[in-house]
Design a protein around this ligand. Structure first.
Ligand code: NAD
Ligand code: IPM
Ligand code: MN
Length: 355
């Protein structure tokens, strides 16, 4: 198999975690007889500094021509005062929309070997859990009309069309069917009209998936249930901003946001893969970031874009075997562990892959 991957390292810890990924994919290629080719393109603050825009057209064209895209992170305090369209984040939002990547899969797994890193007591976490958040990614508040009125008020608009809800809903039902058969749809239907539409569409779809155990949950309750009984969830599906917030919470209870990968998918095999975490300006440039979220994003790429579940499994086991030892990145290291940097931990993963 030959695959072409565009790397978008971006800002902050982005380039540090992406640097770990390429040798991992190359090791997979050697072990299983595949060839991955790579090219790098600018996005985010990096693109702003070099080309004056957060998403150059050339970057979009390169992404479209590739099989898959692997992104590090965008953003940083140096651009926080920029006008909205010249913020690094605007580049990422435009890229997701331009590539029509409406379904963002964010698996959150508590591994038994990391139980001590979770802020939840073992009797609450159950010692291990495996949740999949399906976040709608190209609609809602992120893409509605926004601005300032003449009176100086600010506004953002949440709009969802039926079609936007149907396509992400179908995706979530299908994923739930292929997992443990449970789907929780998270909304705020007691207040928001977009949520009432969301719920009505989900109820219609549920008739097509009678084998999936479906429930509705209000988002405030979902935020609470995630830390009270995470093991009760299988797949959660929700709108863009609720999914953004709940996935950071899900990251925290697995031990670190530095562990959570994501896949942003549209209709075909193409995908954009990126960690759930951001550019982490507080630790950037210090070889401190956990590269696991980025490496597990590669595993999602192998599975979804390249149709290589065995190779994906192999990357996931290499990550797990690296995390099982005493050497851990600072976000996960307990008193009995030896803290290691991003590069050294990346080398441990690559080593586990080749052994
Ligand atoms: P963040 O996710 O960057 O960091 C939050 C906390 O988690 C920080 O303490 C950070 O050190 C820690 N953390 C994050 N990734 C880590 C890793 N791999 N290993 C260890 N610790 C890690 O969120 P933030 O501080 O709110 O945002 C910083 C910037 O990143 C902002 O400009 C924001 O817009 C941007 N951001 C980008 C993305 C993205 O590119 N997809 C996602 C989230 C935030
Ligand atoms: C994420 C990030 C982005 C989002 C930002 C950087 C625009 O927080 O990928 O979770 O909110 O989608
Ligand atoms: Mn986020």
């Amino acid at each position: 198999m030959n695959g072409h991957i565009v790397l978008l390292p971006g800002d902050g810890v982005g380039p540090e975690v992406i640097a770990v990924c390429r040798p991992v994919l190359e090791a997979v290629g050697r072990r299983f007889g595949h060839t991955f080719s790579f090219e790098e393109a600018p996005v985010g603050g990096h693109a702003l500094e070099t080309l004056g825009v957060p998403l150059p057209e050339e970057t979009v064209a390169r992404c479209r021509a590739a099989d898959a895209v692997l992104l590090g992170a965008v953003g940083g305090p140096q651009w926080d005062e920029n006008p909205a369209h010249l913020r690094p984040e605007a580049g990422l939002l435009r890229l997701r929309a331009a590539l029509e990547l409406y379904a963002n899969l964010r698996p959150a797994v508590l591994y038994p070997c990391l139980q001590a890193a979770s802020p939840l007591k073992p009797e609450v976490s159950g010692g291990a859990f495996d949740i999949l958040i399906v976040r709608e990614l190209t609609g809602g508040l992120y893409y509605g009309a926004r601005g300032r009125t003449e009176a100086g008020a600010g506004f953002d608009t949440m709009v969802y069309s039926e079609r936007e809800v149907v396509r992400v809903g179908r995706r979530a039902f299908a994923l739930a069917r292929a997992r443990r058969g449970r789907l929780t749809s998270v909304d705020k239907a007691n207040v928001l009209d977009t949520s009432r539409l969301w719920r009505a569409v989900m109820h219609r779809l549920r008739a097509e998936y009678p084998d999936v155990a479906y429930e509705d949950m209000l988002v405030d309750n979902a935020a609470m249930q995630l830390v009270r009984r995470p093991g009760a969830f299988d797949v959660l599906v929700t709108e863009n901003m609720f999914g953004d917030i709940l996935s950071d919470e899900a990251g925290a209870i697995t031990g670190s946001i530095g562990l959570l990968p994501s896949a942003s998918l549209g209709e075909g095999y193409f995908g954009l893969y990126e960690p759930v975490h951001g550019s982490a300006p507080d630790i950037a440039g210090r070889d401190r970031a956990n590269p696991v979220a980025a490496v597990l994003s590669c595993a999602l790429m192998l599975r979804h874009t390249f149709g290589l579940p065995r190779e994906a499994e192999c990357v996931a086991s290499a990550v797990l075997s690296a995390m099982t030892g005493p050497r851990k990145t600072a976000d996960l290291a307990g008193p009995a562990d030896t803290p290691v940097g991003t590069r050294a931990f990346g080398a441990l993963i690559a080593e586990a892959l080749t052994s």
